[in-house]
Design a protein around this ligand. Sequence first.
Ligand code: SF4
Length: 280
Amino acid sequence: MRRVDCVQIVEAVAKLCSEINIKLNPGVRNLIEEALKKETSSVGREILYQLLENAEIAYKKKLPLCQDTGMAVAFLELGQEVKITGGNLYDAINEGVRIGYKREYLRNSVVRHPFYRVNTGDNTPVIIHTRVVEGDVFNIYLMAKGGGSENTSALKMLTPAEGRQGVEDFVVQTVSNAGANPCPPLIIGVGIGGNFELAPLLAKEAILKSGEQKDKRDEDRELERTLLNKINRLGIGPQGLGGRTTALAVYVNTFPCHIASLPVAVNINCHSSRHGKINL
Ligand code: SF4
């Protein structure tokens, strides 16, 4: 049994909070650089340049990439042969976020109750999802999720007869409805299958694990390309000012589902897609 102490978890999470908020994810940076080569609109190109410049300034001055430093979402992969010592795992993750946000003066963006909107003052609670896996691996995927893009995300329970066409139409319509609100260019996670609660998790996980796509099915990759092309034909463009780069990437994640169901969820992320991984 491998032991991981809560003190290690707190410090690693605190460090990752600062890293993801201040340093543009290298994968996202590559996508912006690639988009620049293809963008035909001069305004669109100028905005993409500005996004890269913004990232440079944020990194050099240790400032957040965006004023909305997001609500923290953690996906844990916890090996059956790992023993957490020195406290409660979820408390440690919350403490890590508390310290990380305070240390870097990141904005606290969480309110205590949906109606009585008093700020919790430390950007907690963290939304935590845990998957128990084999072996002694312990991975923490962390996302700082902005509210503007989360608000434009959507779920629909399609019927099986609506099929792939229904999925494509819903994804493209969701992005079209969002317009400029989620600060395009976007990173889009699509969860297909599972059930009412799993499909949105699949969509979010698709973004969080986008760097680890080696065993993805060819059909899913083909669907990603099709969706990206359709979305980029909408013409919304960077910051909604027109152009071909409405989205930088679409990531699809699928799961078995009920014979009577075809759930589909779209999780929209802005260009400031802040996420990272710790392996402890
Ligand atoms: S959608 Fe993204 S870039 Fe826009 S304000 Fe929110 S976090 Fe910032």
